[in-house]
Design a protein around this ligand. Structure first.
Ligand SMILES: Cc1cc2nc3c(=O)[nH]c(=O)nc-3n(C[C@H](O)[C@H](O)[C@H](O)COP(=O)(O)OP(=O)(O)OC[C@H]3O[C@@H](n4cnc5c(N)ncnc54)[C@H](O)[C@@H]3O)c2cc1C
Length: 233
């Protein structure tokens, strides 16, 4: 495969460590077949990495188990276009968070049209509202109409909304946010290092490990690339 090739629409179904070093990667999808690699960075959600790690030799069952049992929160994102006449709040902030103890559908609301000038329209506010938290997928189980109505009821209390939103778009993100419990960083690093010491050249990274925001993922990806670079040079 030429250097710099990117394949999309392709699922990795197995990674096999070769006796003399290096790996073969079995792929399914548009370009099914196998790829020979000097090094592999698995930038996958932990539960997907678990499937691949569990098939590797070398006593990595504890790593596969740890990856498979990491807990996740699912999130529904609802983008609402609201006529500002129907909001009794200046939206003079970037948004707000709602503690779980409040038992609301809304877990966070971002005032998108206040934060981003290109989203601002005269007389119309754009809000990005999230619903759902760890251990409670009830918001995701609602129909779109039920979810929007529940969010509008919360916004009536939070922002003085007094009419339905003019537009609403719902997107659902299953197992979207890994939940870090106390000791997660130590566990995640031990999984990474156990895999690397058993199969040098194979590194695990991504939101399941050392931070789930985009900047943290980029930082981890950069470190991962530096780690494998000497092997694949
Ligand atoms: C609704 C929502 C809003 C967010 N907003 C923000 C924000 O505003 N700012 C911020 O910093 N972060 C935000 N985050 C968090 C951040 O977007 C994620 O944590 C981050 O994108 C995760 O990146 P990742 O590369 O680890 O995983 P992913 O982006 O999940 O990438 C993993 C990829 O692996 C692929 N994959 C899985 N299995 C296989 C396989 N077997 N073979 C090949 N490919 C496979 C998947 O298709 C996917 O493309 C948000 C997250 C969500 C869900």
């Amino acid at each position: 495969m030429p250097s710099g090739t990117v394949r999309t629409g392709t699922t990795v179904t197995a990674v096999t460590a070769l006796a003399g070093g290096g790996f073969t990667i079995a792929v399914d999808g548009e370009d099914s077949g196998s790829i020979r690699a000097d090094a592999v960075i698995m930038a996958l959600p932990a539960h997907r990495a678990a499937t691949l790690v569990s098939a590797l030799p070398g006593g990595l069952d504890h790593v596969a188990d740890g990856l498979a049992t990491l807990q996740w929160a699912s999130v529904a994102m609802v983008a609402l276009g609201i006529d500002t006449d129907h909001l009794h709040h200046p939206l003079d902030a970037s948004g707000y968070l709602v503690p779980v103890a409040e038992r609301r559908t809304v877990t966070a609301a971002s005032f998108a049209s206040s934060k981003w000038a290109h989203l601002a329209r005269p007389g119309r506010a754009l809000l990005r509202v999230s619903a759902g938290h760890a251990g409670d997928d009830s918001a995701l189980a609602m129909t779109d109409a039920e979810l929007v109505a529940a969010i509008e009821a919360d916004l009536a209390d939070h922002l003085g909304l007094d009419a339905p939103a003019a537009t609403a778009r719902v997107t659902r993100w299953e197992r979207a946010l890994p939940q870090y419990r106390p000791g997660h960083l130590e566990r995640a690093r031990s999984w990474q290092h156990d895999v690397w010491s058993t199969h040098p050249g194979l590194w695990l990274t991504g939101a399941s490990f050392e931070g789930l925001g985009i900047p943290a993922c980029v930082r981890q990806a950069t470190a991962a690339a530096r780690r494998v670079a000497p092997i694949s040079a």
